[in-house]
Design a protein. Structure first.
Length: 69
């Protein structure tokens, strides 16, 4: 992904995998063919994790299966 990607125009949304209880919230931005950016909504200035679409899909699968355990 590269560390110099400009995300100032990214359209962030709360992930559907975040709870609605006011706890930990994750925001995601679709970067098209470049992938998906993920950040902490309570502290967005700390940094962003940008991953490929395939890696994000695997992450979602892992989080979903871990939540069921």
């Amino acid at each position: 992904m590269g560390s110099s990607q400009n995300l100032s125009n990214a359209r962030w949304r709360k992930s559907s995998y975040s709870g609605n209880t006011g706890g930990d919230c994750v925001e995601v931005a679709d970067l098209g063919l470049l992938g998906v950016a993920v950040r902490d909504s309570k502290n967005p200035g700390v940094g962003v994790l940008a991953v490929s679409p395939e890696a994000y899909s695997r992450l979602k699968d892992w989080v979903t299966s871990a939540a069921k355990s």
